[in-house]
Design a protein around this ligand. Sequence first.
Ligand SMILES: [Zn+2]
Length: 407
Amino acid sequence: MSDLKDHKQLGQELELFFTTEIAPGAPFWLPRGMVIFKELEKYIRELTDAAGYLETSTPIMVKSKLFKESGHWDKFGEHNMYNLDLTEEEDKETVMYSLKPMNCPESTILYRFRPRSYRELPLRLSEIGRLHRREKSGEVNGLLRVRQLTMDDAHIYAREDQIFDEVSNILDMMINFYKSFGFEYEFRLATRPETRAGSDENWDKAEKELANAINKKGLKAGDKMGDGAFYGPKIDVHIKDSQGREWQLATVQLDFHQPEAFKLEYIDEKGEKQRPVMIHRAIFGSFERFIAILTEHFQGAFPTWLSPVQVMIIPISEKHLEYAQNVLEQLKGSNLRVEVDSRSESMQSKIRDAQMQKVPYMLVVGDREASENTVAVRQRSEQKQEVLKIEEFISQINKTIESKSQL
Ligand SMILES: [Zn+2]
């Protein structure tokens, strides 16, 4: 276990991402890291589209008064946000702006855009939002603890009798998602903290709903007494990575407070005004932190569907370059991420380098392959080679990618 590398080292070696003192706590994404970021984004969009979410986007910078109304200013702490005095000449008083530390208050502005009917509920608004949190410079750590993060966020506005189904669906989505990375997962119910907003009656109701959703799924949940958000209880999901370390990533939170604070309403069947409940949820929390965890979990050997380079074509000598190029075009035509190692190094050292770069598939091509229209396939973790027709290889690798297999 001693030669395990952390995500910062792997991020540099594999050219995925890095941080530098010019922007503490805010990563620079290199093209290969961005491939992973975009694949995750695609995956989470597939899941949310299938579950009836509607994607939105809200401003990064808004007037600070919004966070005073929501209660975040007092509870989250103005010192944990980036606040800017942007008073213009024509302004009569100081106008303070903040970079949003979370998406929720602005999500309620989307909800309030026009009157809402019970027919629209549950209204599931998702947002892949970029947030800023003022972590101390001594506490930022690679991608694990950052000042700028991108969250796979969503807010669901629902009637009280819809809470159970909504929370159940979210738990299913989480289980699906975590299984596809080979993580073990565990749920924890975090209950009311000492300082909190909202009535005890609402807290009782909310805690009961969450416990119900967990129990009826037959899931076991540990307790995190007093660890809820200030506006409501939550279910946290903890995962275990390949090294046995535990991480808290996903969360579902029930919130009766912000609908009150922002006077959210919908018109019910009888034409009367009712207050919806708000459910906050993230499946993996932040892209930055999750990619850090994935990088360490896989030690850079990402499954094929996530790998920045999926296939490296290795011509045995220069005279096989033309055929290698031909194979490259065919693979690119099938939307594979593929490169040719055209350096005049030995075949052995090209294989070694591709293995160092954790490329899942190496295709060695020489005289025989060129004359038979085949490729000698070598997987990064195996010694043996298998000769396949190009179409056969394409269909195999596409199956591996589509199924999000661990290979
Ligand atoms: Zn929220």
